[in-house]
Design a protein around this ligand. Structure first.
Ligand SMILES: NC(=O)c1ccc[n+]([C@@H]2O[C@H](COP(=O)([O-])OP(=O)(O)OC[C@H]3O[C@@H](n4cnc5c(N)ncnc54)[C@H](O)[C@@H]3O)[C@@H](O)[C@H]2O)c1
Length: 400
């Protein structure tokens, strides 16, 4: 079956034979030896894993996952991997919006998506009719405002960009009053109709909406911490792009792990752990970190009242969805930063946190700790934690 993937420079057309993809393209820097993914520059820095099932991991598994962690944190030259045989029904809730429309188009182009279910309180059937003409294999169905339950039937992955975006001068927290109830009601429907689905939350404020989804599912008795994700991929995408600009490299060479949450001071880029970012210091460092933390504001300001990031967010949302689908399909060593229920800072009363997470057939398989931080990053983390705690508690209180 023909597949196509996007390259940063050109469209690549491939053909799967005998149910297997032609080749897995991690990036130009990566080669495969003996079934293991390796980087040409040796192993990345050390880290251990936190797992829902066990904290013990064999040395070889650790080494593989460490290498893969670095590879998957890397900006890929292609948006999608198509190497797994399984295919999946994906729903977009909020498909008629600024993010929802291009996200639906990109997911229509993802070879791992079999079927696309598009729902919005406005305009989803029109978006579905449009997107359905794209000549890829997946089926597309649009659902009107009163057809939420039908939209969720048989769905394995639900991506939620429903809700209002920011206007100039607003913080993400300012969206809470409107978006909290939208996200709660959608999560409640997922819990009722597709309780085994994986939920990817894009709607802001992510630091609060993810705890809202978790608490809503918990109330319904169907919460599984391995299946609820806050999409922080845009911060990772921005960090790679902005660092590349500063050091004069390509984003494929400037992968940055971004941890914490998804708003201003809660966004903590770990530049010291990158080869090209670790020597960025002083004013250049401060400006770079500020740009990664507040990059969203650049877009809000430039759009001048017409919304926030939609196209780059759709790209990031499609990228994370594809990464999760790789894990669900049994690919090994699939690791990406995402905001999940996490044990990392539970001792400080913070039970959701974004860090590198290994994704597998059940969703979250292992949660990576942060590794070694520079003095600057310790300070960023210290500023992140109290704000994140407040945001999480606000989300929980809304559902309680
Ligand atoms: N996670 C991130 O990195 C990130 C980045 C950018 C934007 N966002 C957030 O994504 C959200 C969407 O942004 P946008 O620019 O697409 O906004 P938008 O207003 O263009 O689109 C939102 C869509 O949601 C729909 N909607 C509202 N209530 C709904 C409901 N109950 N059920 C289904 N659909 C519903 C609207 O009809 C609209 O089509 C915002 O909250 C924004 O802040 C997140």
């Amino acid at each position: 079956m023909p597949t196509w993937t996007m390259s940063s420079t050109h469209l690549v057309v491939g053909r799967q034979t005998g149910g297997r993809p032609r080749s897995r393209d991690w990036s130009s820097e990566v080669t495969r030896r003996g079934g293991k993914v390796v980087t040409p520059h040796g192993n990345p820095r050390s880290s251990d894993f936190l797992s829902y099932t066990s904290t013990t991991t064999t040395t070889s598994t650790k080494m593989l996952a460490r290498s893969a962690a670095r590879v998957l944190a890397a900006p890929q030259t292609r948006l999608f991997s198509a190497s797994a045989a399984h295919r999946t029904k994906v729903a977009v809730l909020g498909a008629g919006g600024g993010i929802g429309q291009p996200l639906s188009l990109l997911l229509k182009s993802d070879p791992l998506v079999t079927s696309l279910s598009l729902y919005d309180i406005r305009g989803a059937p029109g978006v579905a009719a449009d997107v359905s003409h794209v000549d890829t294999g997946s089926e597309v169905q649009g659902y009107a405002a009163d057809q939420l339950d039908q939209a969720l039937e048989g769905v394995k992955v639900v991506v939620i960009p429903a809700g209002v975006p920011r206007k100039p001068g607003m913080t993400r927290d300012d969206l809470f009053n409107t978006n909290a109830s939208i996200v709660r009601d959608l999560a409640s429907a997922v819990g009722r109709v597709a309780p085994d689905a994986h939920i990817l939350v894009i709607s802001n404020p992510v630091n609060s909406t993810v705890p809202i989804v978790a608490a809503t599912l918990e109330k319904a008795g169907v919460f599984d911490p391995r299946r609820v994700f806050g999409v922080t991929t845009l911060d990772v995408v921005r960090a790679a792009r902005f660092l590349a600009g500063v050091v004069g490299a390509t984003p494929a060479e400037t992968a940055v792990t971004v941890v914490g949450g998804h708003s201003g001071p809660t966004i903590v880029p770990l530049l010291s752990q990158t080869k090209l970012g670790k020597d960025v210091k002083g004013e250049v460092y401060d400006k770079l970190v500020h740009r990664i933390q507040y990059g969203g504001d650049e877009v809000v300001k430039a759009k001048d009242g017409a919304g926030s990031a939609t196209l780059s967010m759709a790209y990031a949302g499609a990228k994370f969805t594809n990464t999760l689908l790789q894990g669900l399909n049994g690919e090994k060593g699939v690791v990406a930063p995402t905001f999940v229920k996490s044990p990392l800072f539970v001792d400080q009363g913070i039970d959701f946190f974004s860090s590198n997470v290994e994704l597998g057939p059940n969703g979250v398989e292992k949660i990576h700790p942060l590794g070694e931080l520079s003095a600057e990053e310790e300070k960023l983390l210290a500023a992140c934690l109290p704000e994140l705690k407040k945001n999480i508690e606000k989300g929980k209180a809304f559902v309680a």
